[in-house]
Design a protein around this ligand. Sequence first.
Ligand code: HAX
Length: 440
Amino acid sequence: MEAYKEKFKATAEKEAAEIKEILKDHGTKKIGEVSLSQVYQGMRGITGLVSETSLLDSQDGIRFRGKSIPELQATLPTAKNGHEPLPEGLFHLMLMNELPTQADVEEMTARWQRRSHVPTHVFNTIDALPLSTHPMTMFVVGVMALQTQSSFAKEYAKGMNKKDYWEYTFDDAMDLIARLPRIAAYIYRRKYKNNEHIQPNGMLDWAGNFAHMLGYEDEGFKELMRLYMTIHADHEGGNVSAHATHLVGSALSDPYLSFAAGMNGLAGPLHGLANQEVIKWIFEMQETLGTEVPSPEQITQYVKDTLASGKVVPGYGHAVLRKTDPRFTAQMEFGKKHMPKDPLCLTVWNIYETVPPILQSLGKIKNPWPNVDAHSGALLVHYGMVEYEFYTVLFGVSRALGVMASLIWDRALGFPIERPKSITTQLVKEWLEGKAEIWE
Ligand code: HAX
């Protein structure tokens, strides 16, 4: 077994033993109560999952193994002459629960390079789709075509010992992460750049090479990709893409099947597709108003019109967060450093000044502040990536880091199939009349 796997095995065995002890001593302890509203309203606030890689605080935002985004920016290794954290380092942190050294990060880059070959049939499968297909559909189809490579599925079919699940999950997760940038770049170049593809550059880090294969050689764009891939990677376990991956994985569906499920969730406009919706909405605003940088008064009216037409303001609100998303702040800081006079960024910052009080005044929105998706598109447009339908694919490549690290942990800790209880309104009525019990 490779040394890195041995190290993970030792880390996971220690934690599995600790969990066993915790459950032996405290397994019957209650951690909350569930109200009828929570059952009907998207299970908001019900603690029902363990996801080891990150934890979301409603006020402070995301922490990856206890580290906030500014802390990651200060401590994770960077590229040579670069300032942004390398996603390889974040993956190591999530998987091993320790800060990586420069050598750890370089080894991860090399590991993913070795595993990055994408078989031809994956490209042929994507090529069979019409060019008009949404990039997220192409992405999921590409991932499904890659499922033929699953070591987990092959070993399971042969008859695998439970104790070995994590190891083949580990292999599939590493292969999948290594190959996703190639698949994503292929989709981008096929759909938007005349089907002219760019070979990988083995001298570059994972995100830098992704930028290169997309066709962006600007060092600023490479830095943006490093930051982007780091901050979009994980947002604890209950969000739709992470939860869907975990749920499907709990049936022992292999990592490719599980990740594809997560990506189908990310493709929803209330989740990852919001990043394309934000830029589409701003472009439409600019066109309607006939100006590149609308004034605060114009934005106010446009937001009111959006709400009056029964639509959401994309990029604002969150199911857990109750403050400005630190992922938004990190991107705003990147914008202020690299493109302080960019008209689209100026508009995003004007929207940030204008929207929260309007949403707050409605009285029903729990979080009027911007989330990660409110900013990302403006930075991409600055470097020339205007094809906003592609943005959720970038999010998806990054999200693989978090959900795959989590899935390895799920299998290493032997988490069972997920199966919460559901009820009917008929049963609720009978329960309220005292004629039935809800609890099994
Ligand atoms: N614009 C207009 N109305 C909004 C709103 C927004 N940005 N955010 C919430 N609301 C509305 C809800 O639709 C809901 O209305 P109804 O009672 O009429 O159904 C009400 O305010 C209460 O909602 P909430 O409790 O504050 O929010 P939820 O937890 O139900 O939903 C969402 C959280 C993120 C889905 C929601 O804020 C939203 O739709 N935002 C816009 C889309 C978006 O930016 N999504 C990306 C979120 C981050 C993410 O996952 N990124 O990938």
